[in-house]
Design a protein around this ligand. Sequence first.
Ligand code: ADP
Length: 465
Amino acid sequence: MISLQNRLTLTYSLFISIALLVLTMIVNQFTALIFTGLIKENIAEKNREIVRIMDEQYDPNSNGFDEITVEAMGMYFAHEGYILSLEDEKGQLIWDARSCDMQQCAKVLNDITERMETTFSLNGALQNQHYPLTYNGRTIGTVTIETYGPFFYSETETQFLTSINRLLLVASVVFILLSIVVSVLLSRTIARPILKAGEAARQIALGYTSGSTHHTLGIRIPDTYKMRELAELSHSINELAEELEEGERRQKRLTADIAHELRTPLTCLQGTIEAMIDGVWKPDTERLVSCHEEVIRLTKLVEDLNTLTHLEWNDIDLNKTDFDLSKLLHLTVEQFMPLAQEKGIALTVKLRESPIIADYDRLKQVFINLLSNAIKYTDCGSVMVSIEKGEKNWAIRIADTGMGIPESDIPHVFERFYRSDKSRNHNTGGAGIGLTIAATIVGAHGGSISVESENGKGSVFTVQI
Ligand code: ADP
């Protein structure tokens, strides 16, 4: 598979090279076009100059031409590629460059022909142009100019054109090389962060598969790139790494928490049962009830963990029925009445008829969790359960005057296994799963759950459903 860097380099270089070549060709053609126009104009001007000079060689007194100057000028122009012949008005040949220096004329014309055919690939032919010479309006002769046509470049002009072409070629090659260097640098700038992100993700994944996450979870990549997409990519990878790190931390904490949760009732059970086996304690009702309570606590923990696993794997099938929410709340509150009375807490309700289509058992679990927390975390005062009607939903409030939740813990209380240290210190026995279960069930119903709390003053949990 071709790498992104190579693909980008190839694409950029190819594009810039083609663009440069096309541009060079256009410039070349354009220069040639303008230059040819100028050359044609020069040749016409030279022809006019020749005719004027030849005209000037006429002497009306002798009714003839100054043959010495004609020859001198004729040979001068012959060197430049203009082969002249001069005739008088009767058509009698006065002077002819070929007759004067056949070899020189042939050489000049051959050179021009070869130059035009080989250097410029312009296949022209020799052509004659006749110009009448006049004096006071009277024809005094004809000058014939033989040249390579339709036009030709002199040696200087050829050199100039070749230099321009060479310059264009060198400039194109230099720019193409430069564009390749720029393409390599540019594609490297883009591909490097992507490779780095890929490498970081691979390392993190490797840490998971090899079980040595402590080496790899701290991996972060720079996210200060100037290109937005790259910065976003790096940022996402870092966020992912942070999430995983946090997950890993929570996982470790969960294992420790579960071990702790299991250890307490198990130690208690083990101690009591061993003491009964050894005959130290009699298996009386009080001790058996204590053992039973511990077993119930263990069962509750296992059940909570089981529920959470189902919820986490989206294994939640809602069995929706039509019922009155106030009745459900009434029954749940009734259930907690003895516990509230035992703790000396006033458990009151302010309910109203509230029909709903929802999963009865799951919602009951939500309110059991919220009410048990309210009573668990309230040492004195009251717990109040109320229903209010919103625009399209019911708002169920469970307000207590208990210990409240520290501000820094509030954003986390719905997270799995999150327990504020305070609740731990009070050894309330919860595993930090109750609120997560409640939030997931409410979420599955399309509702929401929120909390307002002031440390030391109490909490209000609101379920909108
Ligand atoms: P737990 O089983 O520990 O109660 P939860 O998920 O039900 O777990 O609650 C998470 C944490 O939120 C608790 O450990 C406690 O610190 C805090 N919390 C929940 N409800 C209340 C409440 N009514 N008053 C004070 N703190 C609460």
